[in-house]
Design a protein around this ligand. Sequence first.
Ligand code: CTP
Length: 427
Amino acid sequence: ELSTKRVILDLNVRLDQRIKDYLEIISNVSDKLSLKSFLVGGCVRDLLLNIQSNDMDIVVEGDAIKLAQEVNKYINGEFFSYEKFRTATIKNEEIKFDFASARTEFYSCPAAKPLIEYSDLHNDMYRRDFSINTLAISLNKDSYGKMIDFFGGYEDIKIKRIRVLHPLSYVEDPTRIIRAIRFEFQLGFKIDKADEELIKNAMELKLFNVISFDVLKEELKLMFSHGSCPALIIMRMKELNVFKLIHPKISFNFSLDKLKGYFSCLKSEGFGNNLKEWWFLCILPIIYNILKSEDRFFKRKWKFTKKEILYVEKLKKFLFKFSRKRSQNIFKDFDLFETLEGIPSEIICFLKILEEKPLNDYVLWFEKNKNVFKPLTTGEELSNRSDVKPVFIGEILKNLKKEKFFGNISTYEDELKFINKFISEKS
Ligand code: CTP
C-alpha cells in the first residue's frame, strides 16, 4: 500500500505539469549540491486527499537558503530569505515554495517559544503537530516520489484521524488544539479519542498564562475562515472545553439553535468569512459575558482592530443605557432607540439571540419597528427644495423621525406640514 510506485503515480497524476516542472528543477539542483530534499507537510497531505495546493513546503537536510538560491536561478521568482531561521521562499504567480533546513525544536517550558537546532528529516517531522502532516516525499533523483512515513500519517489520512505524535504536544503548543478542531472541519476528519483526552487534560493546566495571543488569534481566524458552520465549530470547542484558551473566565450558555440563528442572520445581512472582522463576530458569543469586565484585556492583548473596538464600544454603550433605563417605559425612549439604531446590523444579529429579558423583547420590537419610524421624505428631496438651507437637512430628518416615533405624525402629508412649519419658524 505504501509502495514507492503508488506515490509516484500520485505525483504524476495529481500534480499539473507546471508544478512537476518546478519539482524537477528542485530535484536536479538538490542532486547537484548533494543535498537531500523533501516535499513535506500540508501539501503532501492535500495531495493525497486530491486537493490541489500551490503552496509547497520543502525540507532540506542541509542549507535550505543555498538550495533555494540555486533553484531560483531557474525559476526567477521573488526571493526572500530569513538567515535567523535558515529558511527561504520563492514565489511567482503560479506557486510558492518555502524551503527550510531540517531542524529539531526543544521546549524549555510548556507553550514557550521553541529553541531550534539543525537536524535530519525524522526529527523535523517529529516536532510537527499531527501525524497527517508528517508525510514527506523525496525529491532526489534516486528516490524521486518515494513517500516517507515515520509516524503512520498515511494510514491516518486514509481513516481521517487527527492524532498528535506524543502526549505533551498540546501542552507544548496549545494552539494545536485549535488547529485540531480546524482540521476536523476543513478536512472532514475526526480527532482521535485519545487526543480528545489529551486536549481535555491539557485544558486543566493554566495554559492561558503562557499562550501567544498573536498565534492563537491567527489560528482562530483560520479556523473560522473555511466556510464550515461556525455554530458547529463553537459547539465543538465547548465540548472539548477549550474556551479557556481565549480567557479563563468565559462562561458560555448559547444553544446550537441560537448560534445558528445568529449566523444565519449574519448571512442574510451579507456578512461572511470574507469580512476582516469575521473571526471577531464568530468569537463574540464566546466572549460576550466577559466583554464588559475584560474589554481592556481584549483590546490590548488581542489587538482588536478599530472596527472591532467600535463593535465592543457600541455594544457596551447600548447595554449600559439599557440597564439604566429598564425600569422606565423603554418602548417610549427615543434616546435608547437611537442608540440601538447606531449599532451595526451585524451586532444587532447578535443581540437578537440574547435570551435576557426584557432586552430580547426590546430588540425584537426594534427590528419590527425601525422602518416604521423612518421619514418618507428623503434627504435628496429636502436638498432639492430652495427654501431648505442645507444645514437644516439633518435636523429636519431627525425631528421627523422623532415625531413619528412618538406618534405625532405618520403620513407623507404630515411630514410636509411639519417641514413647512419648521422652515417658517427658522426664517
Ligand atoms: N505546525 C506545527 N504546529 C503548529 C503549526 C504548524 O507543528 N502550531 C507544522 C504543521 O505540521 C504544518 C507545518 O508546521 O504541516 C506548516 O504549518 P502551516 O503552514 O500552518 O500548515 P499546513 O500543514 O501547511 O496546512 P494548512 O496550510 O492547511 O494550514
